[in-house]
Write a protein that binds this ligand. Structure first.
Ligand SMILES: N[C@@H](CCC[C@H](N)C(=O)O)C(=O)O
Length: 277
């Protein structure tokens, strides 16, 4: 029997299965991702983070440094996404704790580009999330009510709508959105203003459903909250159901700081893995 190692972790309760796979040996099919993320027949998670060297990726972004660790992120439905802001903190903390990187500052590759990360002594992680692009207005419909929001690209697509109270929303079903505006789907954030630099957020994630946090979503939400004040830069504290993160938005980059925690580590059995092709 071959045992496949895994870790289970979360960032503000957005939870992940990590699969260390430095040489890219695992055949990580959509069916295996779905099974791993299933909370009855698998380990249960919002997504999977495969830990692989960039040089072991057949579709590595052109010109990338082969020795950089690459976060191969998958949503719970098996789809591939460009970036995961909570996942990249958990990923960075794993690399640091496992001694796979030198020092507390190192880059992490993703399909949205290379992201600089810093693991702090208290275990929190700051990630350079790159430039945030505002895409203009679009709409989303939740239980029959249509909200106008601001489209935001953080490497992956978001639509952020300001509402009076996030507690009132029912996000159990997929909200409607404009499929011409977002041909590849969209993460839908809803924010409530607490103060000029503090918001509350809930999210319905593309490829997952409602989650207790979305890191890229908090960056998009911060940019939208600032835009609502006529600002393009600033610092925003974002409260999500799973905790609190801190975001800064500058003209040409952004940062996300928040916790990264591990719950368990173990091994998958070969028979379980092989029952999903
Ligand atoms: N939970 C993530 C975002 C994961 C990807 C997203 N669902 C998408 O499809 O774009 C985060 O913390 O950013």
């Amino acid at each position: 029997m071959v045992a496949i190692p895994f870790l289970k972790g979360h960032g503000t309760e957005n939870d992940f299965v990590l699969l260390p796979d430095p040489d890219g040996d695992l055949d990580l099919t959509a069916s295996r991702v779905q099974a791993l993320c299933d909370r009855q027949r698998g380990l249960g998670a919002d997504g999977v983070l495969r830990v692989v060297r960039t040089k072991a990726l057949p579709d590595a972004p052109a010109g990338s440094d082969g020795d950089v660790w690459f976060m191969d992120y998958r949503n719970a439905d098996g789809s591939v996404a460009e970036m995961c802001g909570n996942g990249v903190r958990v990923f960075a903390r794993y690399l640091s704790d496992a001694g796979l990187v030198d020092g507390p500052e190192f880059p992490v590759g993703s399909r949205a580009g290379v992201r600089p990360t810093t693991v702090h002594p208290d275990g929190t992680v700051t990630v350079g999330m790159g430039r945030v692009r505002l895409l203009g207005n679009s709409t989303t419909t939740v239980t029959g009510t249509t909200h106008t929001g601001l489209g935001v690209d953080v490497g992956n697509p978001h639509l952020v709508s300001v509402v009076d109270s996030v507690a009132e929303l029912d996000l159990t079903a997929q909200p409607g959105f404009d499929r011409e505006f977002f041909p590849h789907g969209v993460n839908l954030e809803f924010i409530e203003t607490i103060g000029p630099a503090e918001i509350r957020m809930r999210v319905h994630e593309r490829g997952v459903g409602e989650t207790r946090s979305c890191g890229t979503g908090t960056v998009a939400a911060a940019a939208a909250a600032l835009a609502a004040q006529g600002r393009t830069t600033g610092a925003v504290t974002v409260h999500i159901p799973g905790g609190t993160v801190h975001v800064t938005i500058d003209e040409d980059t952004s940062t996300l700081t928040g916790p990264a925690s591990f719950v368990a580590e173990g091994t998958l059995t070969d028979s379980w893995w092989n029952s999903y092709a």
